[in-house]
Design a protein around this ligand. Structure first.
Ligand code: NAG
Ligand code: NAG
Ligand code: NAG
Length: 279
């Protein structure tokens, strides 16, 4: 009796293991193969996109200037300068998870009537800190380069940031990606950043002065998707990020699976994804 029970037990166990393995095989395609990029030249690799995000959502200078502009547009002075600024400040709630400030529907109507502005994103764009005021000195590939040629103010999950090498938004679609030509500490991107804390009004969070994001510039940096790296950048500090190249090549065995099952389009030879990893 005893043996019989044991045998059944083993059998049950094996069946369970097999079922588990089959289930795993059904769940996902074979893993992509990782290879070091020794065979690949640096010129074939897109440099990652770099976003520099201030914790300040609304610049005091931009707020003053936009409120004055609105004030000058309307003769009735329905809103005082102070209440114009307060109402504009409420838009920062859109960019913070707290979103504690409720905005007044009358004010949105007023903006549409007086300034013909119905695009809240555009208002937040106008009110966010300018990259010119943040980026002091930039260099790319050992050459001093005007920061405005490298960075543009683009939207991310953290609000508007100064972004280098982004191709995810419509206006940047046709930009050619930046690629490093040399290996070495100074041959990538270097930036000197300065932030004026007197210009801070609505702050996303206190603490580190800035957030640095690294991601693939062809895709929107979705924080939740986990394909971006985020580093805090403290004041009066230097941050060095070493990039290391890796190549991800789809396993040849993917060929034997249907596209529907794999869940992506596998172009026989062409599906080679290269990326710069971060050490
Ligand atoms: C300003 O006042 C005039 C007359 O008093 C009125 O017709 C107009 O609608 C007002 N404009 C706004 C934006 O309230
Ligand atoms: C919005 O405007 C209406 C009509 O002018 C007024 O009755 C109402 O109190 C206003 N709402 C706020 C929040 O100011
Ligand atoms: C709203 O403004 C943003 C920022 O300027 C712009 O990118 C976007 O295209 C605008 N949306 C519409 C519908 O005009």
């Amino acid at each position: 009796w005893c043996y019989v029970v044991l045998l059944l037990g083993t059998l049950a166990c094996c069946t369970a293991v097999a079922a588990h393995t089959i289930a795993r095989l059904r769940v996902g395609p074979p893993l992509a193969v990782l290879r070091p990029a020794a065979l690949l030249s640096l010129q074939e690799l897109d440099f990652p996109a770099v976003a520099l995000c201030s914790h300040n959502i609304i610049s005091r200078a931009a707020l003053e200037s936009y409120a004055s502009y609105l004030y000058s547009l309307e003769r009735n002075n329905t809103y005082s300068m102070e209440s114009l600024k307060n109402n504009l400040m409420a838009f920062s709630g859109v960019m913070t998870s707290a979103g504690q400030m409720a905005f007044d529907a009358n004010f949105t109507k007023y903006l549409a009537a007086v300034a013909r502005e119905t695009n809240i994103t555009n208002i937040i764009y106008k009110l966010s800190p300018k990259c010119e005021s943040m980026l002091v000195r930039c260099s790319w590939g050992m050459h001093r380069t005007a920061c405005r040629h490298l960075f543009a103010k683009r939207v991310t999950d953290l609000g508007y940031c100064c972004v280098f090498n982004a191709r995810y938004s419509l206006e940047d679609r046709n930009n050619t990606p930046f690629r490093a030509t040399m290996v070495g500490q100074d041959s990538g991107l270097s930036v000197v950043i300065q932030e004026n804390t007197d210009d801070f009004t609505a702050v996303r969070r206190t603490g580190e002065e800035l957030q640095l994001l690294l991601f693939d510039g062809s895709q929107y940096p979705l924080t939740r998707a986990g394909v971006i790296r985020s580093y805090p950048v403290r004041r009066s500090a230097s941050v060095f990020v070493t990039l290391r190249a890796t190549v991800q090549r789809a396993s040849d065995s993917l060929r034997h699976y249907s596209e529907a099952w794999v869940g992506l389009c596998y172009h026989s030879e062409a599906w080679v994804s290269t990326s710069l990893g971060i050490k």
